[in-house]
Each structure stands twice: as C-alpha cells, then as structure tokens.
Design a protein around this ligand. Structure first.
Ligand code: PLP
Length: 237
C-alpha cells in the first residue's frame, strides 16, 4: 500500500471515530445528531486528503487563509462540499475571496463587514456570515468583544448583501473541562439572547464552536457546528 492511500483510509477511520463521539455527545445532551454540522478544518491539509474526507461524507470544509484556499481550490472536489473561511480576514483580501466561499465565519468589525457587503453587492450576490466573538477577551485573538456586539449587529442589519447566520468563537486554551464549558455556555447565552431579539437580517441559527479537543463539551453546551482539524486529518505539519 502506498503511503497516500494509507493516509486516506486513516481519514475514513478518524471520521468514523468522530461521528461516534458526536453521536454519544448528542445522546448525553439530549440532542439530535442532525442539529450539529461537522466542518472539516483543512488548513495545511493536502487536497487528496480533503477529497477523501468529502468522499467520506463531509459536506462543509473550512480554510483559514485566502491564499491557501485559492491555491488548493482547483484540486478540490467541491461539487459535494461548501467552503467556509474561518481565519482572520483582512479587508484587502476580500476582493480575492469573493465568490469562492459559502460562508465567512470571522466577521469581527463593521469595516470588514462593509467591505464584504460591497464586494457581494458588486456581484449581485449575498454572503452568509458569522460574527466571531473573542469570548476569552484575549489580546492575541481576533473577534469582537461582547460589549461591541450591539453596535456591530446594528450596523450589520443595514448590509443587505450579508446575511448574519450566527456566532463563532475560539475559547482560550484550558486544561480543565469546566474552563472551556464556562466559555461555551457564555457564548450560547449570547446566541440565545440575540436570537430572541429577532433582529432584521440576523437569523442566529449557527453557533460555531468546538474543535478537536473539545467538540463534545461544545455539543453539550449548544454548539450547532463543530470545526475539526487534527482529529480528522492527523497532527498538522
Ligand atoms: C485550526 C482551527 C480549528 C481546528 O483545530 P483542531 O484543534 O485541529 O481541530 C478550528 N477552528 C479554527 C478557527 C481553526 O483555526
């Protein structure tokens, strides 16, 4: 067997293991498996392995960088999958990425939102976005702070070529289970509070939280989309 086909069968095995864990977390949480979407995080992963995941049933993939997405895109079997941008997006990259993604999960400023809105207006299209929240208030991370959300959401309501679908977060690294769950439940509460306001143009049906090390906790705390990289493709090189 070549090394390549071994890697590909590993992806299928990992996918099966992740599915089992997701199902178990759903049972524990009293939720239905269909309520949660698995997004495969593909940064640094070669197209052949990404295609193996798509053939294995993954329907959503997430890239962090515009350049890397555009480089790999011609080799991806995207008929079966939607692409999400999950990394920080600079306004000067917006024009390049427009038309290549199904959703941008990292909107954290009105300046970025307006630039995206203009790019999609020019195409006569609408883009689904998530607002990224810096739930741990970390200097090193992007994302809007909780107190910035009202003004940001108000501004987003006026941008008719964006459709706000929910929130995304990357909580601080923490060893204790309770540490992560505290952040997850905090953002779930925000999500529910915003949803209850029934704001125009803001639907709040996607809560993107949970990664390889903590997706089960995230499911227990109300996540509707888990973003999984290393548990699916192996350790990043
Ligand atoms: C890399 C990354 C992930 C996935 O991380 P893993 O720990 O490998 O599952 C999820 N979300 C974002 C925004 C990432 O950059």
């Amino acid at each position: 067997m070549t090394e390549k086909s071994w890697d590909e069968s590993l992806v299928a095995d990992n996918l099966r293991r992740i599915e089992e864990k997701m199902e178990a977390a759903c049972v524990k949480a009293g939720r239905k498996r269909e309520e949660i979407t698995l997004l495969a995080v593909t940064k640094t992963v070669p197209p052949a392995l990404i295609n193996a995941a798509i053939r294995g049933g993954v329907r959503q993939i997430g890239e962090n960088r515009v350049q890397e997405l555009l480089r790999k895109e011609p080799e991806l079997e995207l008929a079966g999958a939607a692409v999400h941008l999950i990394g920080h997006l600079q306004t000067n990259k917006v024009r390049q990425v427009a038309g290549h993604v199904h959703m941008v999960q990292s909107v954290d400023s009105l300046r970025l939102a307006r630039t995206l809105n203009d790019a999609y207006a020019a195409r006569g299209e609408t883009l689904a976005v998530l607002v990224e929240v810096n739930v741990g208030r970390e200097e090193s991370k992007s994302g809007a702070l909780e107190e910035e959300l009202p003004a940001l959401l108000e501004g987003l309501q006026a941008l008719k070529h964006l459709r706000v679908r929910g929130l995304m977060c990357i909580p601080p690294i923490s060893d204790e289970e309770t540490g992560k769950r505290k952040y997850f439940s905090q953002i779930y509460k925000l999500f529910i509070d915003i949803k209850a306001k029934k704001l125009d143009n803001i639907s709040m049906d996607v809560l993107s939280m949970g990664m390889s090390s903590d997706f089960e906790e995230a499911i227990l705390e109300g996540s509707t989309m888990v973003r999984i990289g290393s548990a699916l493709f192996g350790k990043r090189v």
